[in-house]
Write a protein that binds this ligand. Structure first.
Ligand SMILES: Cc1cc2nc3c(=O)[nH]c(=O)nc-3n(C[C@H](O)[C@H](O)[C@H](O)COP(=O)(O)OP(=O)(O)OC[C@H]3O[C@@H](n4cnc5c(N)ncnc54)[C@H](O)[C@@H]3O)c2cc1C
Length: 416
């Protein structure tokens, strides 16, 4: 049996590591158990994910020291988002400038996922309270009255008053804790790849709901966009195997030549689209965080933003228990975290899944419905303002990048 800590975290992904940093600030010792090698965690490979971060997520990252560990040149401001349906002329526009509740001209920021992972590692290890154990695959969990015990594939064991699983949307530790999850397999995949382009992207993201596939263009610095193609999973191998010239040509043509001539840059990556929502987020001596609790469809860009929000709430609750020398594995404070995180995430999880169904259904009535949604939203001033304000508030969290929390807080949550 290995030396104990206050908390055992399974998974050194961006959620688990951000949590270790936050708990370190609360004076709690964390051991992070990660199945990958130390070399892979120290130098995470580029994975094609460009993560759109809200103002609130940025503020959390600043507080934990993640933001300053990211090269500013790799952070791309998202100034406006436009949604198009097929070849229909109308588009729905979301621009930061159109809101009255903040004065920053960015809706959010796009940051490559591997740089977030690296920054989260640096922030976690800067705290002397964090210990990282790599080549450590968790295969068993036992929970008793006073402590929980994790067993690794090689037989080593660790114990602590509380275990937190941050081991991805397909969390094995969640299953070991006897917690089920509802999963929605969209039967679709995303293929992502960067392309360089001729005309400036002006920080505008495009979401084009084409018939057959969906194309999102996410603006990067240096006249590049990340092209995100969503299509039926059986079509993904063909898109992955395309010669660079043909990939760029298809993106150029599907985006209506808006950004001029395109050229593929770097490798392409592929992700099957499965959304996951855990039935419970906590149990005695156990909690779920990050994608292990809520694994979002990426179209509304909430996954890691929710992960950071969960970190914020859970750390706040555990800090309060620790400050009064209470039992951090006891259920009541964990239940407070669960209630708050569920209240904030569940409506958006369900709404995102409904939106995806509407915008990927190629039957006539669905096409008409979404064209109507876009037309009405863009031209009925009252509705348009409401929808845009809600979406923009989601992105900005109603806070200034460096300011105090507004009301409501990020991702629709009231700030405390
Ligand atoms: C294409 C795409 C685009 C996205 N875009 C956005 C976006 O714009 N905005 C946004 O907010 N989010 C976005 N996301 C979501 C975001 O990437 C995730 O929410 C985030 O990476 C999840 O982090 P995590 O730490 O919870 O899990 P992960 O990153 O999956 O990390 C889990 C870790 O646990 C380890 N592990 C697993 N099992 C074990 C075990 N048994 N023992 C020990 N270790 C284990 C794994 O090796 C891994 O290191 C996107 C996702 C995708 C796929």
């Amino acid at each position: 049996m290995n030396e104990s800590s206050d908390v055992l975290i399974v998974g050194a992904g961006p959620a688990g590591l951000a949590l270790a940093a936050a708990l370190g600030d609360a004076g709690l010792r964390c051991i992070v158990l990660e199945q990958q090698s130390r070399a892979a965690i120290d130098d995470p490979a580029e994975d094609g994910r460009e993560i759109a971060l809200t103002h609130r997520a940025r503020r959390t990252m600043e507080q934990l020291g993640l933001w300053s560990a990211i090269d500013a040149a790799a952070v791309a401001p998202l100034r406006e988002a436009r949604v198009l349906d097929g070849d229909a002329p109308q588009s729905l526009r979301f621009a930061a400038r159109s809101t009255a509740d903040h004065d920053d001209d960015a809706l959010g920021w796009l940051v490559p996922n591997h740089l977030i992972r690296r920054a989260a590692l640096a922030a976690a290890l800067r705290r002397p309270t964090t210990q990282l154990v790599c080549d450590a695959r968790v295969t068993a969990l036992e929970r008793a009255d006073k402590r929980a015990t994790l067993t690794l594939a090689d037989g080593r064991q660790w114990h602590a008053p509380l275990v937190i699983a941050a081991d991805s949307r397909f969390s094995g530790t969640r299953r070991l804790a006897g917690i089920g999850a509802s999963m929605k397999d969209f039967g679709r995949s995303v293929v992502v790849g960067r392309v360089a382009h001729e005309r400036p992207n002006e920080g505008i993201a495009w979401e084009c709901f084409r018939y057959g596939n969906t194309l999102a263009l996410l603006p990067m610095n240096g006249d590049q966009v990340s092209a995100v193609v969503t299509l039926a999973s059986h079509g993904a191998p063909e898109w992955l195997a395309l010669p660079d010239e043909e990939f760029a040509r298809r993106i150029e043509s599907q985006s209506g030549g808006r950004l001029g001539v395109m050229r593929a840059v770097g490798p392409r990556h592929h992700y099957p689209l499965v959304a996951v929502y855990a039935e419970r987020f906590v149990a005695p001596r156990f909690a779920l965080i990050g994608d292990a609790a809520v694994g979002m469809h990426p179209v509304t860009a909430h996954g890691y933003n929710f992960g950071l929000y969960g970190v914020e709430v859970l750390a706040r609750e555990l800090q309060a228990v620790h400050a009064r020398s209470g039992d951090i594995g006891a259920l009541p404070p964990l239940l407070t975290y669960e209630r708050e995180h569920r209240r904030v995430t569940l409506p958006i999880y369900l709404g995102t899944n409904a939106l995806v169904s509407l915008f990927t259904d190629e039957r006539g009535p669905a096409k008409l419905a979404r064209q109507a949604v876009l037309r009405v939203a863009e031209h009925a001033p009252g509705l348009s303002t409401l929808i845009k304000a809600a979406v923009t508030r989601q992105l900005t969290g109603g806070v200034r990048a460096s300011g105090a929390p507004g009301t409501p807080g990020a991702l629709g949550a009231p700030s405390r």
